[in-house]
Design a protein around this ligand. Structure first.
Ligand code: MN
Length: 485
């Protein structure tokens, strides 16, 4: 699955690296006791530490460290026993300290790797360079007043994990799959809610291009704060095309920070990109290095939930699901949990089919997700039981499902109330079969002459007479018996 950009002089390939900022799920901030709840009145969650009043001292939030370690373990990464908070100096109006407390030389998490299952069935492994902890800045609001900018410090000091990949992705699809996988893992771990629309997860996208066969990296640009997977893929495609055109026309790509505009689908230059040395990093004298013990890490390791990769393997191995079905079902923890309730003690493949085809289809059409599904997992399981014990046919089950989706009712109730129980009484089916044969002597003769298609036609006739409630296997067998000679 190679992604190439055709230039005038050569074919070009993409080199993509991602920095994901993920907001840690924690009731309070990284260095203060202020609340982190989203949507509060401006400046209502700001302590003296967050407002950077002189003489205030940061106090580390242990829970945030646990969350970062947990995420590191989920990314199959090295956990560093020794890590250091440093000051990253820069001026932002919404950063009252004049520096961001971050980690630089000694991050809490080192090298890791992520496995991507691509849609075409291929598997890609992407290296993770590091995960470090840092505080978020506040928010500047420019659209409330024609002349003034307002500042909301509620977000200032909230704990972020910055997850940095190696530049190993080669197409917009891979970058999309990478972000979705990171999001899936942090959601399973409950270390970040992964909500990109609310900004609790956002991606900085580093893109460069090079001629196929080149081994050195060319200059990259960084597109900041992209807040959806789709926008990120668009931004990458745009940047790839733009950079190839710059190089091909004899120019040079500038190292710069760019912004993606979702309306135009384009990126534009924001500022020339700083280099690490511009920030004058130095260890924060107000904070001691973090020294972790193996016992601390082991205790977190013991609480790790089953992650999507492991779950997928188990679904394939123990339940006999295809790689595709398993992959679709494990993407979101809620979906996997739902499926497991439906499949419990039942035919897992049938359960997977109903969840993936029927339920997902209906949810999508209704613009709902699994957590707001009108059909509970228990009810869907009961519907499968009704099919399995021949109370209803697969055909009728689809109608029952529609009613379940519209009303949230129990399928057992629907089948009773609407009289949809399959006719298993052979006498009643036989009467309908005899009637159909008597009514259609010509077609009956065709079957006797050996026209197999005509049998199907007769099945249809009988099903119609019984409003679809006759057991199709029984109908088929009776027809064959009666028309065999
Ligand atoms: Mn950062």
């Amino acid at each position: 699955m190679s992604y190439l950009i055709k230039g005038e002089t050569a074919d070009w390939e993409l080199v993509i690296g991602l920095e994901i900022h993920a907001q840690v799920i924690s009731n309070s901030k990284l260095f203060s006791g202020s609340a982190t709840a989203f949507g509060a009145a401006p400046n209502s969650h700001v302590s003296l530490v967050d407002a950077a009043m002189p003489g205030m001292l940061p106090v580390i939030n242990k829970h945030c460290i646990e969350q970062a370690v947990k995420t590191g373990l989920g990314l199959n990464a090295q956990i560093n026993l020794h890590s250091v908070f440093e000051r990253k100096n820069y001026f932002y109006a919404d950063l009252p300290q004049g520096y961001q407390i971050s980690q630089f030389l000694h991050p809490i998490v080192g090298e890791g790797k992520l496995v991507l299952d691509m849609e075409d069935g291929s598997v890609r492994e992407i290296g993770i360079e590091r995960l470090h902890m840092e505080q978020d800045a506040g928010k500047s609001i420019h659209d409330k007043d024609p002349r003034r900018t307002f500042i909301d410090l509620n977000r200032a000091g909230v704990c972020l994990m910055e997850i940095v990949s190696h530049p190993e992705m080669r197409s917009p699809e891979e970058a999309g799959a990478y972000v979705r996988k990171v999001r899936s893992i942090v959601r399973y771990l409950e270390t970040c809610d992964g909500n990109m629309e609310e900004g609790s997860m956002r991606a900085d996208v580093n893109v460069s291009v090079r001629k196929v066969g080149e081994t050195d990296l060319r200059t990259r640009t960084e597109t900041k704060n992209v807040n959806s997977v789709r926008f990120m893929m668009q931004a990458i495609e745009y940047e790839a095309q733009r950079q190839v055109e710059v190089w091909e026309s004899g120019g040079a790509v500038d190292q710069e920070t760019r912004l993606f505009d979702p309306d135009s689908g384009e990126t534009r230059a924001m500022r020339s990109k700083e280099y690490a040395h511009d920030y004058r990093y130095f260890p924060d004298p107000d904070l001691l290095p973090i020294e972790l013990t193996e016992a601390f890490i082991d205790a977190i390791r013991e609480q790790m939930p089953e992650l999507p990769d492991q779950k997928k393997k188990r679904f394939m191995r123990d339940l006999g699901l295809s790689a595709y079905d398993a992959d679709v079902l494990v993407g979101e923890r809620e979906t996997a949990d739902y499926f497991e309730v439906v499949a419990q003690g039942r035919d897992a493949k049938a359960a997977a089919n109903w969840v993936i085809s029927n339920l997902f289809g209906a949810l999508k059409a209704a613009e709902k997700d699994i957590t707001s599904s009108p059909v509970s997992a228990e009810h869907l399981g009961r519907l499968l039981d009704l099919i399995a014990d021949d109370t209803i046919s697969g055909r009728i089950a689809k109608d029952v499902f529609e009613i379940m989706f519209a009303t949230g009712q129990d399928p057992v109730l629907i089948v009773e109330e609407k009289g949809l129980r399959q006719i298993t009484d052979t006498g009643a089916i036989e009467a309908a079969v005899d009637q159909a044969i008597a009514d259609n002597p010509d077609q009956a003769e065709e079957v006797r002459q050996g026209n197999a298609k005509a049998i199907g036609w007769f099945v249809g006739q009988v099903m119609q007479k019984t409003q679809g409630k006759a057991n199709p296997q029984a109908v088929n067998k009776l027809l064959r018996d009666k028309l065999s000679s």
